[in-house]
Design a protein around this ligand. Structure first.
Ligand SMILES: NC(=O)C1=CN([C@@H]2O[C@H](COP(=O)(O)OP(=O)(O)OC[C@H]3O[C@@H](n4cnc5c(N)ncnc54)[C@H](OP(=O)(O)O)[C@@H]3O)[C@@H](O)[C@H]2O)C=CC1
Ligand SMILES: O=C(O)CCC(=O)C(=O)O
Length: 487
């Protein structure tokens, strides 16, 4: 007898109800570590589904706004404790959907819990300032109001933390939300929304729908009843969303790519630098906007650093993120694997020298997934695609510099400015790095990736729309200031 196990169908969450799309069409969410593993079926929603979700969010917004912020915070505390109970299930789902190791997914879920608690507490903190008026008998102060309905569009690379770091502040500051997660990780998002449902948010406050970015995502950007849009993803899509929002006067926030450099000065602790470059470049298979992708090494220590980096790279074990022994999982999808391989080919065509890696990893069961070897190039020039463009994969371009000034000039010579690190023991070097490096996140003697939820996060240049997320900075996006004059 064969037992047929049905693939679970995940629905949209609209107005407090799990609802199928009006089309009843679904898409499969697949495991990039094993192309035979279907994780679930998700709704292929349309504009009509989006209209229903936005309508529900609009209807719910006044009652939600009128609660005290601390009452709203109580819902977030409840969601945090439910997520805490489901940490294993949700982390495992994220690993199956996008491939990062289970340890990374568990860490990310724990971060999601901490973010919910942080913003729950925000409900008890101040929202305004008293400002002295020139009129001695008047009282002048600021207060803040929510935007209304906020559209949340999220990528697949942090399928737990990014949706939560956008939804939690949006909600605590009094907005209602419509979230459209990346199709690749829609099941993980549905499970997070189950936690919000169990926390008892009033109907219409939290809405989720899945479906193609070009339909549902663009529909959010264009929808006249969506007052603010927060997006993380690629540059091309981000800019399009920004233009659509600007055209109709909606507020928007974009977090996009990076081409993050690490400078290794001659006086650096080289072992520390090697370990941090390995973590920064190859953890999550290089699929972080803060991942290290250019390493600029001072010529005095270049050979020594290169040798140690290549040796350490050889130790990396590639495999299914659910296996304990795996250090690096697959790329998140076949499309992502092909993008990485095409950049590796471009690097070779443009004349860079391959030091290690460079191929799809297909040995044994790896052939069932979208694995690529950790890859390092040297003899890279500044105009090469692998030096200029975001690859979003485990690929390092090594560059040589004669001085820290030259290294800084190379580091700044890209269109992005998200995060950047320097390894040095010289105070002058790190002071000039803080001053002159064009990046929103400056890290000294630490890897380029690594974001703390209580601190502002965002980039300069083409990495963001110049706003910041997380910590107190989130308040700037998710609220409007009102200046009040009383006499
Ligand atoms: N900075 C970062 O953190 C990230 C950067 N990237 C970069 O982007 C590249 C491509 O990745 P990808 O996942 O395709 O990133 P996208 O920018 O295409 O996707 C991010 C989100 O936007 C949605 N979306 C797609 N098209 C539109 C649209 N026209 N209007 C509104 N929303 C849309 C996606 O939906 P759907 O999933 O349904 O397409 C997803 O929810 C990566 O290789 C990497 O370089 C990607 C992810 C995160
Ligand atoms: O490095 C991190 O923790 C967050 C990075 C990020 O936001 C991203 O890759 O999209």
């Amino acid at each position: 007898m064969t037992i047929k196990v049905e693939t679970k169908r995940y629905l949209n969450f609209i107005n407090g109800e799990w609802t199928p799309s009006v089309t009843s069409e679904v898409e499969r969410s697949m495991n990039p570590a094993d192309k035979n593993d279907v994780i679930g079926l998700v709704q292929k929603s349309t504009k009509e589904d989006l209209n229903n979700a936005v309508k529900a969010a609009k209807l719910a917004k006044d009652a939600w706004r009128k609660l005290s912020a601390s009452q709203r915070g109580e819902y977030l505390y409840k969601a945090a404790s439910i997520l805490e109970k489901r940490i294993n299930d949700i982390a495992e789902c994220a690993t199956r959907e996008m491939g990062k190791t289970l340890a990374e997914s568990k860490g990310e879920t724990a971060r999601g819990i901490a973010i919910l608690k942080y913003y729950a507490g925000e409900g008890m903190r101040k929202v305004g300032d008293v400002i002295p008026s020139t009129d001695p008998s008047a009282l002048m102060f600021t207060t803040r109001v929510p935007l209304g309905v906020v559209g949340v569009i999220t990528p697949w690379n942090f399928p737990i933390a990014i949706p939560i770091w956008k939804m939690a502040p949006a909600l605590v500051y009094g907005n209602t939300i419509v979230i459209k997660p990346a199709t690749e990780t829609a099941v993980t998002c549905a499970k997070i929304i189950e936690c919000f449902e169990e926390a008892g948010f009033p109907p219409g406050v939290v809405n989720m729908l899945t479906g193609p970015g070009s339909v549902v995502g663009q529909g959010i950007a264009d929808h006249e009843d969506v007052n603010g849009i927060t997006f993380t993803g690629s540059n091309g899509v981000g800019k399009q969303i920004g233009q659509s929002a600007l055209a109709r006067g909606a507020k928007y926030q974009l977090e996009m790519g990076g081409k993050n450099p690490v400078i290794v000065a001659a006086d650096a602790d080289l072992q520390l630098a090697v370990n941090a470059v390995i973590d920064g470049a190859f953890r999550s298979t290089g699929q972080k906007c803060t991942a290290t992708s250019r390493v600029i090494v001072l010529s005095d220590v270049y050979q020594e650093f290169k040798k140690a980096l290549v040796e350490k790279t050889k130790e990396i074990t590639i495999g299914n993120g659910l296996d304990r022994d795996t250090w690096m999982g697959p790329c998140a999808s076949e499309g992502q694997l092909n993008t990485v391989l095409s950049y590796i080919n471009k690097g070779l065509e443009e004349g860079a020298t391959l030091l290690i890696g460079g191929k799809r990893a297909e040995k044994g069961t790896l052939g069932n997934g979208y694995y690529v070897e950790p890859t390092i190039f040297e003899n890279c020039s500044q105009d090469m695609a692998i030096v200029q463009e975001e690859i979003f994969g485990p690929v390092i371009a090594l560059l040589k510099a004669e001085s820290v000034e030259e290294a800084l000039q190379i580091a700044n010579n890209v269109e992005y400015g998200l995060s950047a690190s320097i390894f040095t023991t010289n105070i002058q070097h790190f002071l000039s790095f803080i001053q002159d490096m064009e990046a929103g996140l400056i890290r000294i003697n630490a890897e380029s990736a690594g974001v703390e939820l209580q601190a502002p996060f965002g980039g300069m240049k083409n990495s963001s729309s110049h706003s910041r997320e997380q910590g107190e900075a989130a308040k700037e996006f998710f609220t409007s200031i009102k200046t009040v004059f009383v006499k």
